[in-house]
Design a protein around this ligand. Structure first.
Ligand SMILES: [Zn+2]
Length: 352
């Protein structure tokens, strides 16, 4: 048996150690991975608060943890990865729709996928896991210390990729981006957009001398604690990563004509929010704007992330690593789950 951290989905603060059967030896096309680092994000905090999540069939608990860096211990037949290779794990496992079959389970249309550590499949806060090799992506050894950031970066990378694909509808040369929210996803999005050559502003409520603002400034990002409203908007692309759905309108109002805005930080907000839809619809129409949502990522985004994180280390060495405000050993995982105001990214060191 192997010790794991689990919750009872739907019940607040049910986090505890449980034992699950040892990860099996890998079959053909599979790998057995020893877990090294697991990152904690807003989705984990929502799971712990009992807002959503579902256990695997037949289980009353769900092992959490979906941002995982591990090391291959054993491979089955027909696998190109080797023992000792570092790997980041993808989260979603496909159903059987056309997108899933084409490798884009992030765009599943049946919504019957599973997600490790979130939806109907155990996650990675455990010592080992066995999975199909196509669901892990090799991380070069020089990215070992920040490899656990692969999954969250890939989520930002997918959202950006989709925005750019949508804009192939026209001649579009984006120069200015606004990221709303300076949580870890907002920071990663801002860095990614700097790598893509944009002028980037981040709007958030933390003071301008906060550690988050300073990290952003290292990469030449402008930090805003208030949002001006300029006629005609000033941003080609708006990336919402706030967790505050009411800010979607504020973002839309700062978008230039023919711009695109992506929503992915609002979490699982189900509050009824009164909203005057008329002006929003009119604004979208007369400006040819697109407002879209994005969730999850696929293998292509993970592979792009490996390139991006390498480029981050060349351009701004240590900047991604500086986002880790706390790392805790597995036995003390509960310490990390009590997040403080100053925490940007926390990780649990499951193995070494
Ligand atoms: Zn599907």
């Amino acid at each position: 048996m192997q010790q794991s951290v689990a919750i009872t989905p739907g019940r607040a603060n049910s986090t505890r150690f449980v034992e699950i059967p040892d990860a099996p030896a890998p079959g053909s096309g599979e790998v057995r991975v020893r877990v090294l680092d697991v990152g904690i994000d807003g989705t984990d905090m929502e799971l712990i608060a009992g807002h959503f999540g579902s256990p695997p069939p037949g289980s009353e608990f769900l092992v959490i943890g979906h941002e995982c860096l591990g090391v291959i211990e054993q491979t089955g037949a027909g696998v190109a990865l080797r023992p000792g290779d570092f790997v980041a794990a993808m989260v979603r496992r496909p159903d059987d729709c056309a997108n899933c079959r084409a490798g884009s389970s992030d765009l599943c249309t049946t919504m019957k996928y599973t997600e490790r550590g979130i939806t109907s499949a155990h996650g990675f806060l455990t010592s080992h896991y066995t999975d199909r090799a196509e669901f892990v992506v090799r991380i070069p050894p020089e990215l070992r210390s920040i490899g656990v950031m692969t999954e969250p970066w890939s989520v930002a990378a997918k959202a950006q990729r989709h925005a750019w694909e949508i804009q192939r509808r026209m001649i579009w040369s984006p120069t200015r981006a606004l990221v709303m929210g300076a949580g870890s996803l907002g920071l990663l999005a801002a860095f990614l957009l700097r790598l893509r050559g944009l002028e980037v502003s981040v709007f958030s409520r933390e003071p301008a001398d906060s550690s988050r603002a300073k990290l952003l400034e290292c990469a030449g990002v402008r930090y805003l604690t208030s949002l001006e409203s300029k006629p005609g908007g000033e941003y080609d692309f708006v990336f919402e990563a706030t967790g505050a759905p009411q800010l979607v309108i504020a973002g839309l109002e700062r978008l230039r004509a023919s711009g695109v805005m992506v929503v992915l930080g609002t979490g699982h907000d189900r509050e009824p929010r009164p909203l005057a839809l008329g002006p929003i619809a009119t604004r979208l129409m007369i400006n040819n704007q697109v407002l879209f949502g994005s969730v999850n990522s696929n293998r292509r985004d993970f592979e792009q992330t490996v390139v991006d994180l390498g480029e981050m280390e060349r351009r701004w060495p240590g900047l991604i690593g500086a986002m880790f405000t706390r790392r805790a050993p597995f036995a003390r995982f509960a310490d990390v789950l009590q997040r403080g105001e100053e925490d940007i990214k926390v990780a649990i060191e499951v193995g070494a």
